[in-house]
Design a binder for this molecule. Structure first.
Ligand SMILES: [Cu+2]
Length: 643
């Protein structure tokens, strides 16, 4: 069976191989992954999980640039499965999206993936079937380059993720019910009393009057946050060593603030692509992104590398080195009552527009009002130069320096595109940092209450300290504004540019997440043509972050770095703001493009990017090819329930 499949795949891939001309002496690196459903214990209580080769996460797959990867994936479960190689440039038939790139792997079957390794860096893999990623079907990929650019004494993968003992399908049902249960459980709910306690009653009532949904940073309450499959783990290191940490956010829905107790971290790669070194004390990593960091162990001791869930509900710890413990500081919880206060201008816009489009009505979107990268307040700027492919817009901060006369918003605090690095947290925020001979207690659960809780104690206002997310230096956003590619990434000025505008929309009450106000099932494909430069303008009209991921390509994130805009495969689109990306359309195929928050993708926040003239893969049965468009394909199906 397995042998037959190998020859079948080779034949089907022949044209791709000829095109890519892999080195004749490429080493074949083979792995076998067995996906199974079994009881696991992350919390002290057994729960059902999905394992790869018996563990969560699965094994780290290691390759060298130029290898030929051959990976056998066996399905030992009673439900269909799949593996997608996140950020890896593969032929479309190897991308692992069921019903789009290949038929799902049926119970008892083995699928053989085979593709040449055309890149290097830190990536990951995960199931693209139903909600299996939440149950544990993910692992790391490390690809060594031909020539190592930077030295490190040690090299460690740190794969962070979120875990719930609950069946992910029941999580989705709870979300669809529009219940506030998870907010109560993790202490981020909002009430009149809580608003009064913070002196923000006015904001609370203004929002209630306009029927705006309460802002929350994350949908789900988790039982544990994990680093390499554990809430707490330990890595060996000696004093004075330089360590490369390969950070992978393999969460289903959780963004993390990263911090190392031993001092600032140096970002050297983002999404596997090298960038000019950037030093950061704390920054936000989105779902499905990867960062390579260099850290230095100072003196004697165990220094904590901490990944704190964005909503402040818990964290995962990795202790690096041995000796006295140096914990990382606690991060103030987000002030959910603060109405994303970008200044009076934004509140003014909220007051004038119906809920749902959050001050960005369709007409203004179509007119290009919000096409500029950065905060929506910038949108009234002259848009002219966005229409010239060779002209890169300046960063919002630079625009601010040039002066703004409409006073729409205060941009002195960088949100997502700040040119300058956010200052380190003030001393007060680091007060609880101290060396201790005794190991600090294990990281807390994401749920603060058992069956009984006190309503006001569950309120977001009850946290010890609060800071406005993305605005206060204690709660920084992503480091995108500071990422500079090591080589130019710009496209030739003569290239045809296709510009596509997408709004990111949500209906909180029905828990439906959409692009251009439509879910996948009822929408069209995004049609592009080989040879074009495709520019996607993503306008987030929701109060949540969305990590948007494009399969099969790297894209430039237009961040004010001109020809040296960084390349990524996943980009955070911050609430109420616009992100612009561009990619080279040179990978004919059908490619998934979606929000990487698992429950958002399942609810329809996805599209298929289709190359014109791309021939349907003859290996796929016709029925499989059409069913991606069938309503309900991304809905819950009884065959894939997780218990
Ligand atoms: Cu989303």
């Amino acid at each position: 069976m397995v042998v037959k499949r190998i020859s079948f795949i080779l034949i089907s891939l022949l044209p791709a191989f000829l095109l890519l001309l892999p080195a004749a002496d490429a080493a074949v690196v083979e792995y076998e992954l067995v996906i199974d459903r079994q009881p696991v214990n992350m919390t002290g209580t057994a729960a059902w999980g999905m394992t790869i080769n018996g563990s969560i996460p699965g094994p780290t797959l290691r390759f060298a640039e130029g290898d030929l990867a051959r990976i056998l994936v066996r399905n030992n479960m009673d439900a269909d499965t799949s593996i997608h190689w996140h950020g890896i440039l593969v032929p479309p038939g190897m991308d692992g999206v069921p019903y789009l790139s290949f038929p799902p792997i049926k119970p008892g079957d083995t699928f053989v993936y085979e593709f040449p390794i055309r890149q290097n860096g830190t990536y990951w893999y995960h199931s693209h079937s139903s909600l299996q990623e939440q149950s544990g079907v993910y692992g790391a990929i490390v690809i060594e380059p031909q020539h190592q650019r930077l030295h490190a004494d040690r090299d460690h993968v740190v794969l962070v993720s979120d875990w719930t003992d609950e069946n992910p399908h029941s999580v989705l049902r709870t979300l669809k019910r529009g219940s506030e249960w998870y907010a109560l459980e993790k202490g981020s709910s909002q009430s009149i009393l809580g608003a009064a306690r913070l002196g923000l009653l006015g904001c609370y009532f203004t929002r209630e009057l306009q029927r705006m949904p309460p802002m929350d940073i994350a949908d789900v309450a988790y039982d544990r946050f994990l680093a390499n499959g554990r809430p707490e783990s330990f890595l060996e290191a000696l004093p004075g060593e330089t360590i490369r940490l390969r950070i992978i956010n393999g969460s289903s829905t959780t963004y993390f603030h990263l911090e190392f107790a031993g001092g600032p971290m140096t970002i050297i790669a983002a999404d596997g692509q090298d960038v000019e070194p950037v030093r950061r004390r704390r920054f936000l990593v989105g779902v499905a992104e990867t960062y390579d960091l260099l850290i230095e162990t100072g003196g004697d001791g165990a220094y904590e590398f901490r990944a704190t869930a964005h909503d402040g509900s818990g964290y995962a710890s990795v202790w690096i080195g041995s000796g006295p413990y140096h914990p990382a500081p606690d991060i103030p919880r987000p002030n959910m009552y603060h109405p994303m206060d970008h200044g009076t201008g934004l509140r003014h816009i909220f007051a004038l527009t119906p809920a749902g489009v959050m001050g960005m009505p369709d007409r203004a979107v179509r007119a290009g009002t919000f096409d500029r990268p950065g905060m929506m307040g910038m949108a009234m700027e002259d848009m002219d130069h966005m229409h010239h492919p060779d002209h890169e817009p300046e960063s919002p901060v630079m625009q601010h320096e040039h002066g703004m006369d409409h006073g729409a918003a205060d941009h002195s605090a960088p949100h997502i595109m700040g040119k300058e690095q956010a200052p380190p947290p003030p001393a007060a925020a680091r007060e609880d940092t101290q060396t201790t001979a005794f190991k600090p207690p294990a990281p807390p659960s994401g749920r603060r209450f058992g069956k009984i809780f006190h309503l006001l104690a569950a309120d977001a206002s009850s946290a010890k300290s609060l800071a406005v997310d993305g605005m206060a230096p204690e709660r920084p956003g992503t480091p995108y504004g500071d990422l500079t590619a090591v080589n130019p990434t710009a496209f030739g000025a003569d290239r045809p540019v296709r510009e596509i505008r997408l709004t990111l929309d949500g209906d909180m009450e029905r828990y439906v997440w959409m692009l251009n106000n439509r879910v996948l099932a009822e929408s069209d494909v995004i049609r592009i043509r080989a040879g074009e430069v495709v520019r996607l303008i993503m306008i987030n009209r929701t109060m949540m972050h969305h990590p948007m991921h494009l399969h099969g390509h790297f894209f430039r994130v237009v961040n004010g770095r001109g020809d040296f805009a960084p390349l990524k495969h996943t980009v955070d689109v911050a609430p109420m703001s616009t992100t612009v990306i561009e990619f080279n359309a040179v990978e004919p195929g059908d490619w998934f493009f979606h929000c990487h928050l698992l429950y958002h993708m399942e609810s329809g926040m996805a599209r298929v990017v289709h190359y014109e003239d791309y021939a349907i893969d003859p290996c796929l049965p016709a029925s499989a090819r059409t069913s991606i468009w069938t309503p309900g394909i991304f809905r819950e199906r009884p065959t894939s329930s997780a218990t």
